[in-house]
Ligand binder design. Structure first.
Ligand SMILES: C[S@@+](CC[C@H](N)C(=O)[O-])C[C@H]1O[C@@H](n2cnc3c(N)ncnc32)[C@H](O)[C@@H]1O
Length: 267
């Protein structure tokens, strides 16, 4: 599969750091699972999010699935290191989950649906393995919402290139806004889709601003070479866009905002 982030060890470490960054702000936001319940994360990657859920809800029975053996191998070690030794990790495709019907109380997916060419198929499959009344929680962004101030045409060019890369890989960079629609069309009930917005400004809290810029930089910078190689984009403009983005925390009028979408439903 043409997956834009790749499967290097560096990327796996990035996924762990990314989950830490979002731990309270997003991953655990409005989440309350009960002891004895079961949860499956589809597209679990390096096990970063499963680790956070397992630490926060020690009585939760965890399972995860990912298409790549390197991710599952990393996840196994990561979760063992956290003393989460009984996670049911599977190598496989979320389009055809290797579990019987009505197995799980909860399904969780984050930074995953954006990579799918047929998200509704995966969500319908997720519904199949959920118990009646079980919940699904999905979280994604819309990359166009990552706005900087002062604005820059080069930065826009960089973000547009990132969106094109995701589209070329058969993903959807704008999927956040459509999550609720997708859940409804996949047969879920009590669906909602809420935006979760973040805004950081130098004048308000320069450290938070720098933290967010550094976080985005960790996955945005590696897309520059890809945009040149795969889309024949203009290196000078991409580099200028990245430089501009990196300059935002050093400007006394610098600010950034972004919207992430959280959708949930019941089976
Ligand atoms: C950006 S990572 C996110 C991992 C994890 N949710 C996290 O937040 O750390 C997306 C993962 O989805 C996996 N993936 C993509 N398509 C898949 C599919 N059809 N079935 C299972 N996993 C898939 C990729 O291998 C990758 O590990």
């Amino acid at each position: 599969m043409d997956y834009i982030h790749g499967y290097s060890n560096q990327e796996q470490v990035r996924l762990i750091q990314q989950a830490e960054y979002w731990r309270e702000k997003l991953i655990l936001k409005d989440i309350n699972y009960q002891t004895g319940e079961s949860l499956l994360e589809i597209g679990c990657g390096a096990g970063a999010v499963l680790g956070i859920l397992g630490q926060t809800f020690p009585g939760l029975k965890l399972a995860g699935i990912d298409l790549e053996d390197k991710q599952i191998e990393y996840a196994q070690n990561h979760l063992n290191n956290l003393n989460l030794n009984y996670v049911d990790l599977r190598l496989g495709d979320a389009n055809t989950l290797p579990w019987q019907d009505n197995q799980f109380d909860h399904i969780y997916a984050i930074w995953f649906i954006e990579h799918l060419s047929a998200p509704q198929k995966v969500l319908t499959e997720a519904k199949r393995v959920l118990k009646p009344g079980g919940t699904i929680t999905v979280t994604e962004t819309d990359y166009r919402t990552i706005l900087v101030s002062p604005e820059s045409f080069d930065y826009r060019y960089l973000v547009d290139s990132l969106c094109e890369l995701l589209l070329q890989a058969k993903g959807n960079p704008y999927i956040g806004q459509s999550l609720g629609t997708l859940l409804s069309h996949s047969g879920f009930n009590q669906v909602n889709n809420q935006p979760v917005s973040f805004h950081y400004a130098y004048s308000l809290n320069s450290q938070e601003l720098k933290g967010f810029i550094d976080y985005v930089d960790s996955w945005l910078a590696p897309t520059v070479e890809q945009a040149i190689a795969k889309l024949d984009k203009d290196r000078q403009k991409l580099d200028a866009g990245l430089d501009w983005f990196r300059s935002i925390p050093h400007r006394d009028n610098g600010a950034v905002s972004a919207t992430i979408y959280r959708a949930s439903g019941t089976s």
